[in-house]
Design a protein around this ligand. Structure first.
Ligand code: SF4
Length: 364
């Protein structure tokens, strides 16, 4: 495997004018020989769409699963995270732009095969691997081969994605996953159009698809940006849609923006805004709403929706009191807590452990 190696793909078709059209996301890039799509990692070579980032990673790190963020999926356990280069959205506020906007495939870490990643995760005691940092739908073939290698070792798979994906690719991609955190970046098409050159409808379709038609555990995240998506009215409409279309059990995370990339003229999100967003969502009937990127014991912890008892105490990514029974119920009143839980929480804590490329050595 070498930099910019072209991996064959299947989600494309030939157009009458001789170009090929990528069918992975709603951008539907129509490509001439040698052209790359907007994501830059898929392109046309020898009359077919190929993936240029297969086996190339932008780095590996072990984190608590809460950092993805997933608060109801194997709490306290370590997850091996990785991404590649490129992205199919153009968010002006991107918080990972060094990777997502990278066109420097050569600067990516050493080659990392699917089996190598799975074995590295297993040997470090990770319970899952997360496809994150840039949007994994654009490296679907690499993500799914890695997910298959992980499943063979009993390791689960987590997608962190904006959900901007076409129906065929959506089905293929989420069949490989066990949990997903999908960005619901805002609740207006205007926001998606102006700030991400995308649209809201395909994202909502993906969210409904994942929740209703797969077994993937789903949580949602909104990065709250001052002046753009932080009004009570918009957050209330978004939360009401979640409750109406998905039910009250899908957790919502509201996280803090910091000035970055092409949006350096705005202030960071005030903590009070996140605390207010959480309250607005809960007033709409969302049972589990969280603040993120913030020291907020109440906003980071899980409470029983029936009796209000503290079920999982969190401060930043560190777990405290554990009030769930072995079968995921409230230890006080017995009401079930939605999620994927085991009898005991993990003990990874808030550690962040970058992995050296040698840890990803090819495994036969
Ligand atoms: S995945 Fe990339 S090449 Fe394919 S349609 Fe989307 S942006 Fe275009």
């Amino acid at each position: 495997m070498h930099a910019n190696a072209a991996h064959p793909t299947e989600l494309w078709h030939r157009l009458d004018d001789g170009r090929v059209q990528c069918d992975v996301c709603p951008r539907a890039c129509a490509l001439k020989e040698g052209q790359r799509g907007l994501c830059f990692v898929r392109g046309c070579e020898d009359g077919a769409v190929v993936l240029h980032s297969y086996g190339r990673s932008s780095g590996f790190c072990i984190d608590p699963v809460e950092k993805k963020p997933l608060n109801h999926f194997l709490p306290g356990t370590p997850v091996l995270s990785f991404g590649t280069a490129g992205c199919n959205l153009t968010c002006r506020f991107c918080q990972n732009w060094d990777m997502s906007k990278s066109r420097e495939m050569d600067s990516l870490a050493a080659d990392a095969s699917p089996k190598g990643i799975a074995h590295a995760a297993a040997s470090h005691g990770c319970r899952s691997v997360a496809y994150t940092y840039n949007d994994p739908v654009i490296f679907l073939e690499y993500a799914c081969d890695t997910a298959e290698a992980c499943r063979a070792l009993g390791i689960r798979n987590v997608a962190v994605t904006a959900g901007y994906v076409s129906p065929g690719a959506r089905e293929e991609f989420f069949a490989c996953m066990d949990a997903a955190n999908i960005d619901l970046k805002a609740f207006t098409d205007d926001f998606y159009k102006k700030l991400c050159s995308a649209s809201l409808a395909p994202v909502l379709e993906t969210i409904e698809y994942v929740h209703h038609e797969t077994d993937v555990w789903l949580e949602l995240t909104t990065l709250i940006i001052p002046g753009h998506n932080d009004s009570d009215a918009e957050i209330a409409r978004m939360a009401a849609w979640v409750v109406e279309h998905l039910g009250p059990d899908v957790p919502m995370h509201f996280s803090a923006f910091h000035p970055d990339y092409r949006m350096r003229d705005l202030p960071p999100t005030p903590p009070a805004t996140l605390i207010r967003a959480r309250r607005v969502a809960m007033d709409q009937g969302v049972r589990y709403a969280y603040t993120g990127n913030l020291h907020d014991g109440a906003g980071g912890s899980t409470y029983c929706h029936a009796c209000g008892e503290l079920l999982i105490e969190r401060d930043w990514y560190r777990l405290g009191r554990w009030g769930l029974t072995a079968d995921g119920r409230c230890g006080h009143c017995g009401a079930p807590c939605a999620g994927v839980f085991e009898a005991e929480p993990g003990h990874w804590g808030a550690r962040r452990l970058p992995l050296a490329p040698s840890a990803l050595a090819e495994v036969a």
